[in-house]
Design a protein around this ligand. Structure first.
Ligand code: ZN
Length: 330
């Protein structure tokens, strides 16, 4: 067990100062500021920054409030909590779309890794669709979320499935506890809050990747459907951000990510059927999926973006704890 924690500590860094972490006495501890990050249930650790990100006013106020609440929520174990998007709580058609995207992304994220050799991190892991489906492909899966309910839900599911190689991290994805330490990252169904949120998150993802690592991210292209634009389909995207391809790629470049590959995806149709394959080709993509490389040398790093949004650093003895919720689109 000590070896397992030591190996995980090698992947982690302090979300406040970027220093390395060490495992000791049931926790991870920063080698610089000596903050202690608790480990619960033997495979779940909380590695939050001292304070939440302060968003500019351009970020939706509902999201900002949900984030602040989630950040401040104390962690507690629950045998009953559910997750946003949990399969048991959603329509079958919605779950089918999710599973199609899980299947579509799998070869993109597994490419270049040896069987059960790499480390995968789902940085906004939600109800665990990707964690649970990909765990057998990797040596270790880091399942990350801020929401206590989401983490509890997937923790219980992983336990019921007997998965031994999933480690749960409660993190703030604007200050993830990684410094160029990860082989593979996925961040899906999350870049939907607008440029300020989405560019900060992209920079954080890129900063977390090893120089030879890669990530798979997606953007919603909600306006793809002419019927929706004409008002014949309901407006169910609320205040979330839909991107055209040119806008998404501008955002990637502005976050310092210049190496990426585009993979259009239509989650509404099954490619296992001829009609679905034809329709997928005939419709504009509903999801703009990108496989992105690590941040280029000298790019404006995450720290520069966060510096703009965060206030002055806390004193080293100031306690943290907020929490956040991973508010998602409805
Ligand atoms: Zn520290």
């Amino acid at each position: 067990m000590a070896d397992k924690f030591a190996a995980i500590a090698d992947l982690l860094s302090c979300p406040d100062d970027g220093a390395s972490l060490r495992h000791m006495s049931g926790a991870f501890r920063c080698t610089h500021c000596e903050r202690r990050f608790p480990i619960h249930e033997e495979n779940l650790a909380e590695i939050l920054p001292s304070r939440p990100l302060e968003f500019p006013a351009s970020v939706n106020s509902g999201y900002r409030e949900a984030y602040r609440q989630a950040f401040g929520q104390p962690y507690s174990f629950s045998e009953t909590s559910s997750a946003w998007g949990a399969e048991e709580t959603i329509a079958k058609s919605w779950a089918r779309k999710r599973r199609r995207q899980v299947a579509f992304v799998q070869p993109l994220i597994a490419e270049g890794t040896t069987a059960k050799g790499g480390v995968l991190c789902d940085i906004a892991a939600g109800a665990g669709y990707y964690t649970l489906a990909y765990a057998h492909l990797f040596r270790l899966v880091l399942h990350c979320d801020l929401s206590v309910d989401n983490l509890n839900y997937v923790w219980r599911k992983a336990r019921s499935l007997g998965l031994q190689n999933v480690f749960f991290l409660r993190i703030d994805y604007f200050a993830p506890p990684f410094q160029q330490s990860l082989d593979r990252i996925i961040c899906l169904d999350t870049l939907i809050r607008g440029e300020a949120h989405d560019s900060a998150l992209l920079a954080a993802i890129s900063r977390s990747l090893k120089p030879a690592g890669c990530a798979v991210v997606d953007f919603h292209n909600w306006w793809h459907n002419p019927l929706r634009r004409l008002g014949f389909l309901p407006e169910n995207f609320h205040n979330n951000r839909s991107y055209r391809r040119t806008e998404a790629e501008k955002l990637l470049r502005n976050a310092g990510i210049e190496s990426f590959a585009f993979h259009p995806f239509v989650q509404e149709f099954s490619v296992n059927r001829a009609a679905g394959r034809w329709l997928s080709g005939a419709f504009p993509p509903t999801r703009l999926i990108y496989r992105i490389a690590a941040l280029r040398q000298g790019a404006p790093l995450y720290a520069a973006i966060v510096k703009k949004c965060r206030g002055p650093q806390l004193r080293s003895n100031e306690s943290h704890h907020g929490q956040q919720s991973d508010a998602r689109p409805s």
